[in-house]
Design a protein around this ligand. Sequence first.
Ligand code: MF3
Ligand code: CO
Ligand code: CO
Length: 272
Amino acid sequence: MSGVEIKSAREIDAMRVACQMAADTLLLVGERLRAGMTTEEINTFVHEDTLRRGAYPSPLNYHGFPKSVCTSVNEIVCHGIPSPTQKLMPGDIINVDVTTQYPARDGWHGDTSATFFIGEPAPQTRHVVEVARRSLELGIAQVREGARIGDIGAAIQEYAEGQGCGVVRDFVGHGIGRKFHTDPQVPHYGERNKGVRLKAGMIFTIEPMVNLGTWECDVDPKDKWTVRTRDRKLSAQFEHTILVTRDGCEILTQRSRPLMHSEVFGDPLVGV
Ligand code: MF3
Ligand code: CO
Ligand code: CO
């Protein structure tokens, strides 16, 4: 017994709604990003767009997180806090991580993120973003009933390290449902044939954080949220919420059209 919840068809239907909202909000954010914009403006957009759907932005007040979305620029690995003094500059990358809770259908959460280019990226910048995007795609390709959690991390680690990148270990994918973070933990590194065996009806995120340099990172001692790469090199991330099925998986946060300012080489499992 793994202790990981198996969702019923009804529960999966409700989960799809929350996940599609998160996916739509992320799409709209991508279409609005511009050099000169502040991360606070992104926060305002996500907050209002989420409320407009009759939903709640899960990050807001989650363990004291002060904003409605995480905005992680350049060397920020995750949990970047939107700020009115942080302006996007040409050449920057930004991960926007949207999580939406939909109270009208039992309060399920949908969690998805992507990394976007602001202006023209330098070759190394393009590289780390593409490796993160492809890492998610390869992780997703491991998912089916009977596979094991370790298969996901092993596929990602092998690929990303082979591309000369570091894979973050301190933060992992997670089960998700009526709670934002639950079992199982889904590391983006590890060994094949280890860990929880996947069963149809399990739902979890895969969200590899891939660094241009070392995998090591540190939490900001002042705000206790912002995570930075130890060597201050770039970090990129993509995230989907995934349902395990008998013969594979369903990407619950699949987008209805490709993202703008991102994923120049393709969208995870869209048109691939
Ligand atoms: N969305 C993040 C994740 O993928 C978690 C953010 S927690 C917050 O798991 F409090 F920073 F919002
Ligand atoms: Co997540
Ligand atoms: Co997330």
